[in-house]
Design a protein around this ligand. Structure first.
Ligand code: HEM
Length: 478
């Protein structure tokens, strides 16, 4: 009957959705895992559904057809971003690729990252910077074998990702497994990720923005300042060594490319832009890659036959060498299928990063008003039985024929699509496959603690979708 109350005239022909309570709207229906609650609601209200979270209009697309409407047909007006309160710390939103609206400043950053940072050419020339870092991961797991310690996979993957990213971006290794030397950086990134992920009432009740009732903005100021300060030091040191020619041969990393651009005449790129860009890349890239690695390893450990197939493929392609190279990845279709199946089943960004409508838009006869938050529920799509056979079963084989992740049918969108598609995808692709391949090619693994599939698949919603219970596994040297 609540649905009946929601007449078209009172709600300006919005897509259907649950009745919003005064002031709080549908907040109570979202629960701890909003992607799951939204999936259930979409079974009642359909693939284009509207809700109210506090005073914020929210529209959710939950089918490939609706995702295509949002990310292709109306992408030009649905690619805005709502700036959360935390993102205003240190004026980050003014320079941030992730929070800028689609404007010239955002286009410049996207173009630079596409052409100068994540192009195949740039990634190929920085491959050497990443190679040695995988050896450190092998050494660390070896030590755990010797001492009989289990490995907390997400932590090891996070450290490795930081190490790979910091080497690729500015030739500094910020990933050490046991020492304290890089803890400051790790801690700074983790604190920013946690602050940005924390649900903030002030984001849904604008009147609370000034009050900051949970103190999230205040904490964000501290953590953002710390991390931006680390990047500022790195940039200043590099500028100094470029000026005095004290840095040895020209570096092959991305900071060097960015500083070349800054000195050239093609773009207007300041050190402040570079600092905020590095910030976004680390915050968006490190946790996502680590969490995805943990899910992939979980599924491999829960499915011994799939683990055995993946190891067999590595044995054939890599042989007895310990080192898996980036050029091997294209020869590992089964491992790639495992990663894709993982993205279907455990999408790292289950509702992408929320988009915002810049004008009123009509979709399927419904009106989406200006400044509505738009979510694409990729989690719902990955588990939809009309799209996938046995959707709750982990079956990489379904991806063996179709290798392309950017499928035109919008069924699998782990990195989004359209203007806001993840710019770091080419680096993420290399890092993910390299870390998982290194872990399973060199070691056998035994899951520690809970062993059941259901418990191991429990989720915790955040900036990236984590495992509710972290995966610990005991390595055995092959
Ligand atoms: C497994 C790893 C990763 C996954 C699953 C992932 C996924 C995503 C998704 C779903 C989005 C939002 C797309 C949208 O709003 O429609 C996104 C945005 C973004 N990602 Fe990634 N990402 C990953 C790794 C990375 C890496 C390694 C980097 C950088 C080195 C990166 C940088 C970014 C940035 C800067 C944005 C915001 C772009 C914008 O708003 O214009 N990501 N990513």
């Amino acid at each position: 009957c609540f649905n009946f109350l929601r007449s078209n005239s009172s709600r300006r022909n919005l897509p259907p959705g649950p009745y919003p309570f005064p002031i709080i709207g549908n907040v109570l229906q979202l629960g701890q895992n909003p992607h799951q609650s939204l999936t259930k609601l979409s079974k009642t209200y359909g693939p284009l559904m509207s809700l109210k979270v506090g005073s914020q209009n929210v529209v959710v697309a939950s089918s490939p057809e609706m995702a295509k409407e949002v990310l292709l047909k109306h992408d030009h007006v649905l690619s805005g971003r709502t700036v959360i309160a935390a993102a205003e710390a240190q004026d980050h939103n003014i320079s941030s690729m992730a929070f800028l609206p689609v404007n010239d400043a955002w286009r410049k950053l996207r173009k630079i990252s596409r052409e100068q940072m994540f192009s195949t050419h740039q990634l190929d020339i920085s491959e050497d910077l990443r190679r040695a870092k995988l050896k450190k991961l092998r050494d660390y797991v070896n030590e755990c074998c010797v001492s009989g310690r289990s490995v907390r996979i997400e932590q090891a993957a996070f450290t490795t990702t930081l190490s790979l990213m910091s080497s690729t971006l500015f030739s500094v290794d910020f990933g050490n497994y046991d020492t304290n030397s890089t803890q400051e950086f790790k801690h700074a990134i983790q604190s920013v990720v946690d602050t940005v992920s924390a649900p903030n009432l002030a984001d849904f009740f604008p009147t609370l923005r000034m009050i900051d009732p949970q103190g999230i903005k205040k904490r964000a100021e501290v953590h953002f300042e710390k991390l931006l300060g680390i990047f500022e030091n790195i940039i200043n040191q590099r500028l100094e060594s470029r000026k005095n020619n004290t840095g040895g041969p020209k570096k092959k990393d991305m900071l060097e490319a960015l500083l070349d651009i800054r000195e050239g005449s093609d773009y207007d790129l300041s050190c402040n832009d570079i600092k905020h860009l590095l910030f976004d890349l680390f915050v968006a890239g490190s946790d996502t890659t680590a969490v995805t690695t943990e899910w992939v390893m979980t599924e491999l450990l829960l499915n011994p036959e799939i683990m055995s197939n993946a190891k067999h493929e590595l044995k054939i392609v890599v042989g007895d060498k310990a080192e898996v190279q980036e050029s091997d990845i294209s020869k590992l279709p089964y491992l790639q299928a495992v990663v894709k199946e993982n993205f279907r089943f455990h999408p790292t960004g289950p509702i992408l990063i929320p988009h915002k409508s810049e004008t009123d838009v009509e979709i399927n006869g419904y009106i989406i008003p200006k400044h509505t938050q738009i979510l694409v529920n990729t989690w719902a799509m990955g588990r939809e039985s009309s799209l996938w056979s046995n959707p709750t079963s982990f079956e990489p084989e379904r991806f063996l024929d179709k290798i392309d992740i950017k499928s035109q049918d919008y069924k699998l969108l782990p990195f989004g699509s359209g203007r806001r598609v993840c710019p770091g995808q080419p680096l993420a692709h290399r890092m993910l496959h390299l870390i998982v391949a290194t872990l399973i090619h060199n070691f056998d693994w035994q899951i520690e603690g809970i062993k059941g599939k259901d418990e191991n698949r429990e989720e915790k919603f955040g900036l990236a979708l984590r495992k509710a219970v972290p995966l610990r596994a005991i390595p055995i040297k092959i």
